[in-house]
Design a protein around this ligand. Structure first.
Ligand code: SF4
Length: 64
């Protein structure tokens, strides 16, 4: 079973610095300005920390 971290842009208000970017232990999240963050899937270890941290549930670890 493989998982993938998805960014649900519609759930992200895109008006603040993403708090989950700093939570990621492998620096796989990147944010341009206040845009919704993007994921470097090669770096992501699918730990789910960012998904648990995002208050808007805009980061979701899903079955691929
Ligand atoms: S699932 Fe873990 S490794 Fe992947 S982007 Fe989120 S915090 Fe980083």
């Amino acid at each position: 079973m493989s998982k993938k971290l998805n960014v649900i842009k519609e759930k992200c208000p895109q008006n603040h610095k993403c708090p989950s970017v700093k939570i990621c232990p492998v620096n796989a999240l990147r944010q341009e300005g206040f845009n919704a963050p993007t994921v470097d899937h090669d770096k992501c270890i699918k730990c789910g920390k960012c998904a648990n941290f995002c208050p808007k549930k805009a980061l979701v670890l899903e079955e691929d």
